[in-house]
Design a binder for this molecule. Structure first.
Ligand SMILES: [Zn+2]
Length: 316
């Protein structure tokens, strides 16, 4: 994703739907499966092992097949692979696994699975044309969602959950806001839902959730457009002992996959590191060759996963 400059012109209409106040969960709610940071880390390592997930590469294709097969293996009701040739990216695949698809209410959880084709923020200009591993930027969010798929395969939550793995997020250019999140832009125009099927109540995006010592303040666009939802999620974090990881303060503004969803009328929140003490924004490894597995913090992955898992299993 890219750090958003000004562009406060996001339609706020999308977030008029009030978030439910069904807050009954605690850190030890009965029957809530335990999110495993180790398992999530393994899912992350597996993605990195494919190589950079950039368009027109064997790694990209192999990773798409693997995500789809993991969703099937964990018992998704359906796995939808939405393929498209996206201008500005190439052949792309959005992958969605639906759990408890017959439930009356549904929540959408998403992450981008492509990785940036260029380390254009690397301190060494010789690396600017090289692709990054995307261990944090890409693989971390996917890892959390796949670990949740594993948990849902063991015990379904009451609510329906659509896990969406979007492609073509991270090949954008600075200064061109619309060149990012191309996979999600495509998805909102071709949502694979039946005509009579309600939209998801809300969406939670996980992006760059594995940085060393990462904290996740309330991302600004999420907060401005979807305040009831950010209030609810950050208050839940406090309730389950994650106040330090999720400081209840406004963070930076990020042009990311939640923006097309908000514009499409789905309240959406981005969980992302934006207040790194070293940079004042993203993790220092952002869009550099150092975005590799050595710089992943399983504890950050684990806390992000624990919060979203508690959120989902508290939904009635
Ligand atoms: Zn990125």
């Amino acid at each position: 994703m890219c750090a958003a400059a000004a562009a406060f012109a996001i339609a706020s209409a999308g977030c008029s739907k009030p978030a439910r106040q069904a807050e009954t969960a605690t850190s030890h709610s009965d029957g809530e499966p335990q999110f495993s940071a180790d398992s999530a880390f393994t899912y992350l390592a597996r993605q990195v092992a494919f190589g950079p997930r950039v368009a027109n590469s064997a790694a990209h294709e192999a990773c798409a097949s693997w995500i789809a097969s993991e969703l099937a293996r964990h018992g998704a009701d359906t796995v939808i692979v939405q393929r498209a040739d996206i201008e500005g990216f190439g052949p792309a695949a959005n992958i969605m696994g639906r759990f408890n698809a017959g439930a009356a209410r549904r929540v959408l959880l998403l992450a981008h699975w492509d990785s940036r084709p260029w380390a254009d923020e690397d301190p060494d200009p010789a690396n600017h044309a090289r692709p990054i591993d995307g261990a944090n930027d890409g693989a971390s969010g996917v890892a959390v969602l796949l670990e949740m798929a594993r948990l849902m395969g063991r015990e379904l939550p009451t609510v329906g959950v659509d896990l969406l793995f979007v492609d073509a997020e991270d090949a954008g250019s600075a200064g061109d806001d619309d060149s990012w999140a191309l996979g999600t832009q495509y998805w909102v125009e071709h949502m694979p839902y039946g005509v009579s099927e309600p939209m998801p109540d809300y969406a939670v995006l996980l992006d760059m959730v594995g940085g060393t010592g990462a904290t996740f303040p309330r991302e600004l666009f999420s907060d401005v457009n979807c305040r009831p939802l950010t209030a609810r999620i950050w208050s839940l974090a406090r309730k389950i002992g994650l106040a330090e990881r999720f400081p209840d303060v406004t963070g930076g503004a990020v042009n990311d996959d939640h923006i097309p969803l908000i514009r499409a009328g789905i309240p959406a929140v981005d969980i992302i590191e934006t207040n790194n003490p070293q940079t004042g924004s993203f993790n220092p490894t952002w869009h550099t060759m150092a975005d590799n597995i050595e710089n992943i913090d399983p504890a950050a992955l684990g806390d992000a996963g624990k919060l979203v898992t508690t959120l989902i299993y508290s939904e009635k």
